[in-house]
Write a new protein. Structure first.
Length: 193
């Protein structure tokens, strides 16, 4: 039986939609043009790996639902997502922590056990105010902001690095077949999976 340790005590991962998932060619700035250019490489593999780790997955975006729904449908991401908090859900938007806290509440996860993945200072400010950790992706609209201004655990270039950071298998090195796992507490208060 293979046993792995989760490095971070994370039960849910909440993604900024545009910055985390959509490919951003240098000459394209509009979210809809980026959606037409497709998902970033490895997004589906990363989401699949996180789902196999038992993660609850959500999207927290300031975009209105009328824009988000067609993009989700086109990309096929809705198959992995448990909750979407969009710009129409609440009166508050990031950097206010309310959208992230709303997602945590809906997923029945404490904010300290959720991880926000985004690309901008606004994402970092919202995560910090919500009491959750953040992983910054080096692509997206906020990628040009200097790293020291963004309070985050780590900066990643590829979402495929995320499962391994949390303590799961890398989607690219996952052995074929199902992984057996045992769940028990570890000494640092994290979890075994």
């Amino acid at each position: 039986m293979q046993i792995m340790t989760r490095i971070l005590p994370v039960d849910a991962v909440l993604f900024d939609f545009e910055g985390s998932f959509l490919h951003k060619p240098p000459d394209i700035g509009d979210v809809f043009d980026r959606a037409l250019s497709g998902l970033r490489p490895g997004v589906e593999a990363a989401l699949d790996s996180l789902r196999q780790m038992g993660m609850k997955l959500g999207i927290v975006t300031d975009k209105e639902m009328r824009f988000v729904t067609p993009l989700l449908r086109q990309s096929g991401l809705s198959a992995w997502i448990d909750i979407i908090v969009h710009g129409d859900t609440l009166a508050q938007r990031k950097p206010d922590p309310a959208p992230l806290l709303h997602a945590c509440d809906a997923l029945a996860v404490e904010p300290a056990h959720a991880l926000h993945v985004g690309d901008s200072l606004i994402d970092a400010m919202a995560a910090q105010a919500a009491g959750m950790a953040m992983i910054r992706v080096s692509h997206g609209r906020g990628a040009d902001q200097p790293v020291p201004e963004l309070p985050c655990l780590q900066v990643i270039d590829d979402l495929c690095d995320l499962p391994e950071l949390i303590g799961g298998p890398s989607p690219w090195r996952r052995p074929k077949g199902a992984l057996s796992a045992v769940q028990q507490p570890d000494e640092q208060g994290g979890r075994w999976i």
